[in-house]
Write a protein that binds this ligand. Sequence first.
Ligand SMILES: [Fe+2]
Length: 222
Amino acid sequence: MIEAHIHILPGIDDGSDSVETSQKMMEILRQQGVDRIIATPHFYAHREKDVETFLAKRDAAFDALGRPDNMRLGAEVRIEQGVSLLPGIEKLAFEGSDLILMEFPYAKFAPWMIEEVYNLADNHGLTPILAHVHRYFDFFTDDQINRVLAMSGVIFQANNEYLETRIEKKMIKGLLKDGYPLIFGSDAHNLDSRRPNWDRLVKKTKSVYIEEAMELLRKHLD
Ligand SMILES: [Fe+2]
């Protein structure tokens, strides 16, 4: 399997706090059947000086981890106003692919959020992956969630623990049944409260859905 949403680089965001933690996360992933990893540290435009500075930090963290052969670099880009126009933003796409992981803010929905995603995709020929689309029920109305789900040219991502609440499970199961382009990810940050959890996904999700998700990722990554 391929992990495409994980905070596994040491010391760069609120994910792994050390090389040792990162190595243990890699070992857990391996035991759970994950053989390729895209590292996706948070990118918050308002907190970073610029994209280049972020890339240098990301590279240093990757160096510290010994640049594992089965790991490629990406980011989880927070959708903020103007983010699509940030110089170099396209460099946050997954290395060697057209995929870029973007997350909606945990805030009231506004139409500019969707515009930012489309602008970024159009300006740079990228395919956005919308992170954990099941986690916005506290912030978006049903109608607003449906507007997100109606977006075209994007891939939706579910966290492996989507089955834990009834409403999130219902949503993701619906998307799977209806054949939406959907991938999974652990969004793991550490070794305890948010540890790699592919074991849970494999136990509770039909293998055909997982295979389709991996196939979709492979199409973009290879
Ligand atoms: Fe994340």
